[in-house]
Design a protein. Structure first.
Length: 376
């Protein structure tokens, strides 16, 4: 793809603010990057939250994703969600599914654009162990059924670690023909998640092959599946695995991260060193346009990844991949990158001619499926 096309795809992207609405949570996930449980000290109050919604809208953001912790545990979640919809912004709620059942009618009334639920195992034993709450697997599936019955769009996110790595096939079996969008991502060693449970690079590539093989085996209507931002760009063999063609980390560009106390950074995955302001001190507009020092983030990324990435012919387009993932894994010298892993696996950058043709076919199939996904 030419650089012009990559630039155009950037301008066509939606601008979404991912808002850690509260750190209060009713589950105890072992992979929680925020170490959620109790509310963060000095979280934004209702008045401040409503003002933030208006400010994000005035800055051109067309979507807000409420997450946590568990966003539905805040008493004012409905009032703030109403404000989002009144501003004609897309509303996504990322939930563990434990507090949804008695809120179905409110979610329907809001015309919520998507409820994204966590599904981290194909069996109650695995899912409940990872989420830290017995019975959570059954509650998630009951929530899915109730949401679908009310025609509320629902998706699931699976965060892969060494515990549930081997259950991807079984999870897929649960989701086929359910019209549930499925996102797969890897757990990062931040918050309370131990490095010992992070998937290896070989497992990382295996997950990518699983996603790619699922693209081939199932149509997007049978299984609308994507890889998270940690996955899926510039492989020499596999097609792009994300929803959008990768044009570099979007932290502070089309994506913004907001903590529940009003701190702002490019992406919530980034460490607190990347906080560039607080909405109580400066308006979002001022932070984004005056104080958001994105260039420093890009320079840090380029500097940290120069040992490998700067010598890669895809660096200008890739820009080193997902910044949050690279920092969390401290993997600049040996990145979690499909292209790097392939070079080690196959010992040669050039693949047989038939594979190159196959890659082109996969790219067209990817674009076709992306179009169909918007029609679901």
């Amino acid at each position: 793809m030419t650089n012009i096309k990559y630039q155009l795809s950037y301008f066509l992207k939606h601008r979404c603010a991912v808002w850690e609405f509260t750190l209060k949570c009713n589950s105890k996930c072992i992979h929680c990057g925020s170490s959620a449980g109790k509310s963060r000290l000095n979280e934004l109050n209702t008045e401040e939250a409503l003002k933030l919604v208006n400010d994000l809208h005035s800055c051109g953001y067309d979507g807000i994703a409420l997450m946590g912790g568990e966003p539905l545990l805040r008493d004012d979640w409905y009032e703030v969600a109403q404000k989002i919809k009144k501003n004609k912004m897309k509303l996504t709620i990322v939930s563990n599914g434990l507090a949804i059942i008695d809120k179905i009618q409110k979610l329907k009334k809001l015309q919520t654009d998507c409820i994204s639920l966590s599904l981290d195992g194909a069996t109650p034993n695995t899912h409940d162990y990872i989420r830290g709450i017995k019975g959570s697997f059954d509650k998630v599936f009951k929530s899915i059924q109730l949401l679908k019955a009310q025609n509320i769009p629902v998706s699931v996110i699976t965060t892969v670690n060494t515990i549930n790595f081997k259950e991807l096939n079984l999870i897929r079996d649960l989701l086929i023909d359910q019209k549930i969008a499925w996102q797969i991502q890897i757990a990062l060693p931040i918050g309370r998640f131990p490095r010992s449970l992070v998937v290896s690079r070989e497992q990382f590539y295996g997950i990518a092959m699983f996603i790619a093989s699922s693209f081939r085996k199932y149509s997007v209507k049978e299984l609308p599946l994507i890889g998270g931002h940690c996955f899926g760009y510039f492989s020499m063999l596999l097609p792009e695995l994300g929803l959008d063609l990768w044009i570099g980390c979007q932290a502070g560009k089309s994506v913004l991260g907001i903590q529940s106390n009003g701190n702002v950074k490019g992406c919530l995955t980034l460490p607190d060193d990347f906080i560039v302001g607080n909405v109580r001190v400066n308006s979002i507009h001022d932070i984004i346009n005056s104080r958001f020092d994105l260039r420093n983030s890009q320079l840090l990324h380029k500097y940290s990844s120069q040992n490998y990435c700067n010598n890669c012919k895809m660096f200008k387009k890739c820009k080193g991949g997902c910044l949050g993932t690279a920092i969390a894994l401290n993997s600049y010298d040996n990145p979690y990158c499909l292209r790097v892993i392939e070079k080690k696996l196959f010992k040669n950058e050039e693949f047989p001619f038939r594979w190159k043709i196959d890659s082109k076919i996969s790219r067209y199939k990817y674009l076709y499926n992306k179009f169909l996904m918007k029609q679901i």
